[in-house]
Design a protein around this ligand. Structure first.
Ligand SMILES: N=C(N)NCCCC[C@H](N)C(=O)O
Ligand SMILES: O=C(O)CCC(=O)C(=O)O
Ligand SMILES: [Fe+2]
Length: 315
């Protein structure tokens, strides 16, 4: 592979992006995901959020549902402030007992929207859901490939994230809607769609609406820069587990969402994470590159996620 210049270019670009920005765009061409599939997944999501509140609440997220399902505007909280988005959260299904006490709060399977009673709509819904699954399938494979690129970018073996780190990668899917500010009752309104945060796992791929600038990324000078939509691409960013594994060579970047546009914004974020029970710690050769000392303590990914999930919501 050392002779493959195209590959080396990509690896070099990945390294540069992960060091400098923590964010990059991935063009979907040739990955089995078409731009129209990405659009359709956002459209299904938009349709769901347009349903009456009672309909959406049929798949309400609760502690009993393993924190899977629908959350209303203001129920997700970041740094103590309600976020102005509604969402459906889906996670890799977890059978009871699978990870012992570690995964208890998140056990269960996902809540998908109910089938409407009429047949056309049923079929439409069925196909839409299927598309979401097709999307999940491709996107997970794409993520695995990007992680191989990131391994090479760090100078590590290609398969570094297989096996105990992310050979059985836990995935999270968030279907998110950001209402127009004026449409939110004033007493419930805050000025932020999603407060500043970093993502929890290895890699995030965001499928965002084409025509609205709302996702902002903090650069090294502390300025907020739009991750402008580029049709046919995913906005990718690295997460907390990659920081720990690389001993800080790659840092997750703070980002937030502010929808100041006069349009309802939809994004579908796919989080490719380590194995639920992975104990992630700075890998030796990354430690060597960074002065020999581990800068972060070992983190069990599932503990990190559960701790976030248990504190992210006011219900
Ligand atoms: N799985 C991810 N990354 N979800 C991000 C949700 C928004 C941030 C969350 N309230 C927090 O405070 O972390
Ligand atoms: O809506 C977006 O563009 C990003 C959402 C996000 O950062 C998240 O859910 O973690
Ligand atoms: Fe995020």
């Amino acid at each position: 592979m050392a002779g493959d210049e195209g590959l080396l270019d990509v690896v070099w670009m990945l390294d540069d992006a992960c060091r400098e920005a923590g964010f990059f765009y991935v063009v979907i061409k040739g990955h089995g995901i078409s731009e129209s599939l990405m659009t359709e997944v956002r459209d299904v999501t938009r349709k769901f959020f347009q349903l009456p509140r009672e309909e959406k609440l049929k798949i309400k997220m609760t502690p009993q549902s393993g924190y899977r399902g629908y959350q209303r505007v203001g129920e997700n909280v970041t740094k103590g402030k309600p976020d102005m988005h509604e969402a459906i959260d889906c996670y890799t299904p977890i059978e009871p007992g699978r990870y012992g006490d570690l995964a208890k709060p998140m056990e269960g399977s996902n809540l998908w929207p109910d089938y409407p009673s009429n047949f056309d709509a049923l079929l439409e819904n069925y196909i839409s859901l299927l598309r979401v699954f097709i999307m999940l399938f491709f996107i997970s494979d794409l993520s695995r490939k990007i992680m191989r690129g990131i391994a090479l970018a760090l100078g590590a073996p290609l398969d570094s994230f297989e096996g105990g780190v992310a050979g059985d990668a836990f995935w999270v899917l968030r279907l998110i809607g950001y209402p127009v500010s004026d449409d939110i009752p004033q007493e419930e309104r805050t000025d932020i769609g999603c407060g500043a945060h970093t993502d929890y796992g290895l890699l995030t791929l965001v499928n965002q609406d084409d025509d609205i600038c709302a996702l902002e990324v903090r650069n090294q000078s502390g300025e907020w820069i739009y991750a402008k939509p580029v049709p046919g691409t995913f906005v990718c960013n690295i997460g907390d587990m990659l920081k720990v594994w690389s001993n800080g060579i790659y840092q997750p970047t703070l980002h937030r969402v502010v929808n100041n546009s006069p349009r309802y914004r939809v994004s579908v974020a796919f989080f490719y994470e380590s194995n639920f029970d992975a104990a992630v710690e700075p890998v030796e050769f990354c430690r060597e590159k960074t002065g020999g000392v581990a800068k972060y303590e070992k983190v069990v990914y599932g503990e990190h996620l559960v701790q976030k999930v248990l504190t992210n919501f006011v219900m």
